[in-house]
Design a protein around this ligand. Structure first.
Ligand code: CAO
Length: 421
């Protein structure tokens, strides 16, 4: 193993040219010919490839730096001696996707420089490209007004003004405030009130989830006839009085059983931009609690190790703590997956919003007696509406349907939850 500097090679006419892209990062393993940086002069842009294999131990340039021949780009720890390879000999897969064979030029016999020649590609000067990049506009989508479709700065401005680039529009939708043509008070008496603090705090999370997570919701119904018979028959062994345990305690227990079988649902995506997800080994179920101050989501910790009675007691305790604003802030973080139950209020199916950074949320509606066709005849069964929203980047539709099937089984007739009471 030896340390080696990778420097800007002989780049002919280029001097003091701007680095417009850094394509690697510290710690990354690279191979010979992997592109490291892109530099851009008035006439063209050039990708500087690595002259060796190794692991990057220091990165010496950043976007905006001006570089010339001999300037250090990176230092690597290399494992092998360099073997000369020309661009033409390199496997096609090593070349960046967007560069066609015709765009590749060898400017120096000993170095493999990949030149993007703008005269043969989307026609715009580096200055115009930079301008478009700064505005977040994809230059390839801008129609050019000059000869042979060459794009000018004005074309980019016009493009932005007409907002014909959907991605540009999407990025900015949240910032556009719609000004109403008439004020509410033009139509009668109104009052302006402060939005409650809890609502203001949760609004940031809701907006983030709603706009950034690709939600899908699968609706299903669980047959909880036996569960309900069992639940309503529970009595206290000492006093003989009826035990008041709501269906939610059973749902929490059933959910933890399903989470163990489907670990994807027990992940978090706060590292998604680095291509990572956190797989949680604990089962802390979030419960959406309706409070006079707004919605709060405390966690029922280690629900998998608790019996139904204990889950029920803790549910009451944490929801009361939220209503009294006595819940510790930390108890609102670190959940596996959330349950939002409107079952005590009413309604069937809805589309719950995922509680970021979790990847799924279970919406529960009000159980109703229904005529269900079973074993060749209609019978009266108690059906519980389930609405499972999930992040489609992490969970596929088929997996969600299987998850719901499992959950329905866990809430169905022959289950261990009875033993857990
Ligand atoms: N189907 C039928 N009945 C149900 C039910 C269901 N799915 N869930 C609860 N019930 C019944 C209970 O058994 C109870 O009946 P009794 O009064 O006869 O005992 C009654 O409805 C009230 O239950 P509850 O709502 O007080 O208790 P819970 O354990 O079901 O829920 C809590 C606790 C904290 C989740 C609830 O009080 C709450 O805040 N719910 C609203 C959550 C919410 O707003 N979610 C929306 C988020 S999206 O904006």
């Amino acid at each position: 193993m030896s340390k080696k500097d990778i420097k800007v090679p002989n780049i002919g006419e280029f001097k003091d040219v701007e680095v417009i892209e850094v394509l690697i990062k510290k710690g990354q393993k690279i191979k010979k010919n992997d592109p490291l940086i892109t530099i851009e002069s008035d006439k063209s842009s050039v990708e500087i490839p690595s002259s060796d294999d190794g692991t990057i131990i220091s990165l010496n340039v950043k976007i905006g730096d001006k570089v010339s021949e001999g300037d250090k780009i990176i230092e690597i720890e290399s494992e092998e001696e360099i073997k000369e390879t020309t661009v033409q000999e390199s496997p096609k897969s090593q070349l960046p996707k967007e560069i066609k064979k015709n765009d590749v030029k060898k400017t120096n016999e000993s170095e493999n420089i990949i030149v993007k020649d703008f005269s043969t590609k989307a026609s715009a000067s580096p200055k115009v490209r930079k301008f478009a990049r700064e505005l977040g506009v994809n230059i390839n989508k801008v129609p050019g007004s000059e000869r042979q479709g060459r794009i000018t700065e004005n074309d980019v401005k016009l493009f932005v003004a007409t907002k014909s680039d959907k991605s540009f529009k999407d990025q900015n939708t949240t910032e556009q405030k719609i000004e109403l043509e008439y004020s509410h008070s033009d139509f009668g008496e109104v009052d302006i009130k402060d939005i409650p603090r809890v609502k203001k705090l949760s609004s940031k999370y809701l907006m983030n989830s709603w706009t950034k997570i690709p939600h899908v919701t699968n609706h299903d119904e669980a047959d909880i006839t036996e569960l309900e018979d069992f639940r309503t028959s529970l009595t206290d062994v000492y006093t003989g009085e009826k035990k008041k345990i709501t269906p939610l305690a059973f749902i929490v227990k059933a959910l933890t059983t399903s989470l163990k079988k489907f670990p994807n649902f027990n992940t978090s995506i706060d590292q998604i931009e680095n291509g990572k997800m956190t797989v949680k080994k604990y089962y802390h179920v979030g419960i959406a609690v309706d409070t006079p101050h707004g919605l709060m989501v405390p966690k029922l910790r280690n629900a998998d190790n608790k019996n139904i009675s204990l889950i029920s007691t803790e549910l009451k305790k944490i929801s009361q703590q939220c209503r009294d604003l006595k819940i510790d802030k930390k108890e609102l973080f670190g959940g596996s997956m959330t349950i939002t139950s409107l079952g005590g209020i009413g309604g069937s199916f809805f589309t719950p919003i995922i509680n970021y950074p979790e990847v799924a949320i279970l919406g529960v509606g009000k159980a109703e007696k229904k005529q269900i066709f079973m074993d060749g005849k209609f019978v009266m069964r108690t059906m519980l509406p389930l609405s499972l929203s999930y992040d489609h980047r992490i969970i596929d539709g088929a997996e969600a349907a299987r998850f719901n099937n499992d959950l329905k089984e866990n809430l169905g007739k022959n289950f261990a939850y009875k033993l857990a009471v």
